[in-house]
Design a binder for this molecule. Structure first.
Ligand code: ADP
Ligand code: MG
Length: 372
């Protein structure tokens, strides 16, 4: 008999917050043709500040659960995700997603490269490690499987079965979300995973002629499922799901205004991303509001794995160059409910310059390219 840890909508149920981690990628000269330097800098392990373009005497300071600066390693980023992993071995659900504008480091963070593997390969290795350590000891058999899909234009496409049609998302009587027809393959080692994941990821980015457009507008969703079955009677069975998601670029969905994030509602370029931001907002707001899971494919899929009793981490990737200023501002406003205008110039020497903020940080000291 299958038994799940409850993921119910009980009226008095405590809904879990989404933990928000921000990662600032290193400055890249290639994104800074005007040689303007950086417009964002970290302050400590929770706080960062961004220059206020509308008033150069001010910066806007933001706080997060964790802030990872430019020097952060892939392993350090993984450590902010690692604590949620044990839950999927006990029938609970979890999700990790990378949010932020195209070019800010989402794919680097989630997938990484063979030299610098990201959160996904590290999490898969860790899950195998935990399962191997547990096997036999506690009287449960574990089985791990994977699915890999893409949500593009509100269509659910199976990346392990290229060429397949749009798949439907369903809910069973226990409120578990499932996708009938989606490939799910049992894997018994990290190398099983790698053999499927690497070519499927390549499929995703090369299948389209408009490579960048497509990969920046689709959500790549890896699902790892851990089923454990008790040896002894009553042979209880528990299923835990882990979603690891490289989201579409957040810049597609934003009309920048003076208060930052303003999502286009009509004909949303990316309905799933827009709805995800509303869902995370409702989960993290202190007042009880309806969580609009059903309004998009991505959030419908995540309904049993985001909020409720599920464990979630959102990694917001941002870039330091001025070129990304409005996208960064938007991403930060989405990621943080708290911000503070700090009446302190970014670079003292340039405060008096009323024009556009060119050459702001250029002459600053080397550390982080900011003068103080
Ligand atoms: P996104 O997926 O958000 O569009 P990418 O992950 O493709 O962004 O990153 C854009 C570029 O920046 C890539 O060349 C990537 O290798 C590089 N990059 C991103 N984050 C880092 C980082 N933390 N350290 C070094 N290079 C990075
Ligand atoms: Mg990418």
């Amino acid at each position: 008999m299958a038994q799940r840890v409850a993921v119910s909508d009980g009226a008095n149920k405590k809904v879990s917050r989404v933990r928000v981690v921000v990662r600032l990628r290193p400055y890249m000269g290639t994104h800074d043709e005007k040689d303007e330097g950086s417009c964002v800098r970290g302050l400590d392990s929770k706080n960062l500040e961004i220059i206020n373009m509308r008033n150069a005497t001010e910066t806007v300071k933001y706080s997060f659960d964790v802030f990872h600066g430019e020097q952060t390693t892939q392993q350090e980023v993984f450590l902010s995700v690692k604590p949620i992993l044990p839950h999927i071995l006990t029938g609970q659900n979890a999700s990790v997603f990378a949010y932020g504008p195209t070019g800010a480091g989402k794919t680097h963070t989630m997938m990484g490269s063979s030299n610098q593997p990201g959160v996904i390969p590290r999490a898969v290795r860790e899950v195998f490690k935990m399962v191997n350590a547990k096997n036999e000891v506690e009287g449960w058999d574990y089985s791990i499987s994977m699915s890999y899909l893409e949500i593009y234009n509100e269509k659910v496409l199976d990346l392990l079965s290229p060429g397949s049609q749009d798949l439907q998302i369903r809910e069973d009587k226990d409120k578990n979300i499932l996708i009938p027809g989606l490939t799910h393959t049992t894997i018994t080692s990290f190398s099983d995973f790698d053999k499927l994941f690497v070519p499927a990821s390549l499929n995703r980015t090369t299948a389209s002629t408009k490579i960048n457009q497509r990969s920046s507008r689709s959500h790549a969703v890896l699902l790892l499922k851990v089923v454990r079955t008790q040896h002894a009677s009553p042979h209880r069975q528990q299923t835990g799901k882990l979603y690891l998601i490289d989201l579409a670029g957040s810049e597609d969905n934003r009309r920048t205004g003076n208060q930052g994030i303003r999502l286009k509602e009509s004909g949303a370029i990316n309905l799933s991303l827009f709805t995800l931001s509303k869902v995370v907002d409702s989960l993290n707001s202190s007042t009880a509001v309806r969580v609009p899971y059903r309004d998009s494919k991505l959030t419908r899929l995540l309904q049993d794995s985001l909020g409720g009793s599920a464990h979630s981490v959102m990694i917001t990737n941002i870039a330091p160059e001025y070129k990304f200023y409005f996208d960064t501002f938007g991403a930060l406003n989405f990621a943080s409910k708290s911000k503070l205008i700090v009446n302190k110039p970014f670079i003292c020497e340039t405060v008096a310059v009323p024009a556009l903020p060119v050459k702001r940080a250029r002459d600053g000291q080397e550390a982080g390219r900011f003068g103080t």
